[in-house]
Design a protein around this ligand. Structure first.
Ligand SMILES: Nc1ncnc2c1ncn2[C@@H]1O[C@H](COP(=O)(O)OP(=O)(O)OP(=O)(O)O)[C@@H](O)[C@H]1O
Ligand SMILES: [Mg+2]
Length: 276
C-alpha cells in the first residue's frame, strides 16, 4: 500500500472560555469528513469532556486520551468512530482532575500515531493559557483561533497567538505556525450599533487571515443538544454554511468570505493559505 501523507494537525484555540472552540472543532471536523477526509477530533479539555457530548458519543466513551497515555488502552480501543459519518473519529478527554496526566511524552506519542492514521487531527483546546492549552497546540501545524466580536475575547486571542510561535514544536524549529482567525457568534445588528466589534477591527487587531465568520444562531445550541455537529444537523443553516466554507478554505479552496446578513463580500488579502 502506498504510504499515506501525514495528517495536518490543527489546534482550535482561543484563550477566553466559552467562545465556541468545541462547537467549531465538531463542526469543522464533521465538514471535513463530509468532504471525504479521514478526521480525528481530540479533546484536550481534561476534566470537562464536552466534545463527546457535541458528537453524541458520551455513552460510547470507554477509554480516553489519558488511558492511552498511561498504557491502559491502545489507540484503536480509544478511538470512537462516528455512527453516521464514518470518516469522523473522536479521541475523548478523561474526567480525571489530574492535569499532569497529560505528559509531554505521552502527547507526542499519540500525536505521532494519529498523524500516520488520519488526514486531519483537530485538537480542541481548553480555555486559558495553562498546561492543557499548551499541550493541545504543541504539535500543531496550523491553528484556528476562535474569537467573538468583543474586546475581552480578542485580547485573549492575541495572547494565544503569541504562544503559538513560542511554545510549539514548530516554533522551536523556527517555522511559523499557520494561523487562521474564525470569528464566531457574530451578530450583525449588535455590530451596527457599535455594541460589538466589526470583522475588520478584529482582523486588524489580530493581524491574521480570516477563515470564516459564523453568525450567532440558536440553531447551534439546538444541534449541540441533539449531539450532532451543526454542519450535519442543519446543513443549510447560516452557521453550518459558514463552517462548511471555513473547512473548504482550510483545505486551500479559494472561496469568497460571506459576511452574515448580506454585507458586501470581504475581499482583502486576509484569506488564509493552505493548511495541508
Ligand atoms: N454561533 C453560535 N451561535 C450561538 N451560540 C453559540 C455559537 N457558537 C457557540 N455557541 C454556544 O456558546 C456556548 C459555548 O460554546 P463552546 O462550548 O463551543 O465554547 P468553548 O470555547 O469550547 O468553551 P470552553 O472554553 O468552556 O471549552 C455553547 O452554549 C454553544 O452552544
Ligand atoms: Mg470547549
Amino acid at each position: 500500500m502506498a504510504e499515506k501523507k501525514p495528517a495536518t494537525t490543527v489546534v482550535v484555540t482561543s484563550g477566553k472560555g466559552g467562545v465556541g472552540k468545541t462547537t467549531s472543532t465538531a463542526a469543522i471536523g464533521a465538514a471535513l469528513a463530509m468532504e471525504g477526509q479521514r478526521v480525528v477530533v481530540v479533546d484536550f479539555d481534561i476534566g470537562l469532556r464536552n466534545l463527546d457530548l457535541m458528537l453524541g458519543a458520551e455513552r460510547r466513551v470507554v477509554y480516553d486520551l489519558i488511558n492511552v497515555i498511561q498504557g491502559t488502552a491502545n489507540l484503536s480501543q480509544a478511538l470512537i468512530r462516528d455512527k453516521k459519518l464514518h470518516g469522523l473519529h473522536l479521541l475523548a478527554a478523561s474526567q480525571t482532575r489530574d492535569k499532569n496526566a497529560l505528559t509531554e511524552k505521552g502527547v507526542a506519542m499519540i500525536m505521532g500515531e494519529l498523524r500516520s492514521r488520519f488526514d486531519w487531527v483537530i485538537c480542541d483546546s481548553p480555555a486559558g493559557i495553562e498546561r492543557g492549552a499548551v499541550m493541545a497546540m504543541k504539535h500543531a501545524d496550523a491553528a484556528i483561533i476562535i474569537a467573538n466580536p468583543e474586546i475581552s475575547s480578542v485580547r485573549d486571542s492575541d495572547r494565544i497567538i503569541g504562544l503559538l510561535d513560542a511554545k510549539t514544536e514548530r516554533g522551536k524549529r523556527g517555522q511559523e505556525m499557520e494561523k487562521h482567525l474564525l470569528i464566531t457568534r457574530y451578530d450583525t445588528a449588535r455590530t451596527k450599533t457599535g455594541e460589538m466589534l466589526g470583522i475588520d477591527d478584529i482582523a486588524d487587531i489580530l493581524s491574521i487571515p480570516v477563515l470564516g465568520v459564523v453568525p450567532e444562531s440558536n440553531k447551534v445550541l439546538n444541534a449541540s443538544n441533539l449531539g450532532t455537529p451543526i454542519t450535519m444537523a442543519d446543513r443549510d443553516s447560516p452557521p453550518a454554511r459558514a463552517y462548511g466554507a471555513a473547512a473548504k478554505r482550510l483545505c486551500g479552496q479559494d472561496i469568497p468570505l460571506e459576511i452574515p446578513a448580506g454585507r458586501k463580500p470581504f475581499f482583502a488579502n486576509w484569506f488564509g493559505g493552505r493548511a495541508a
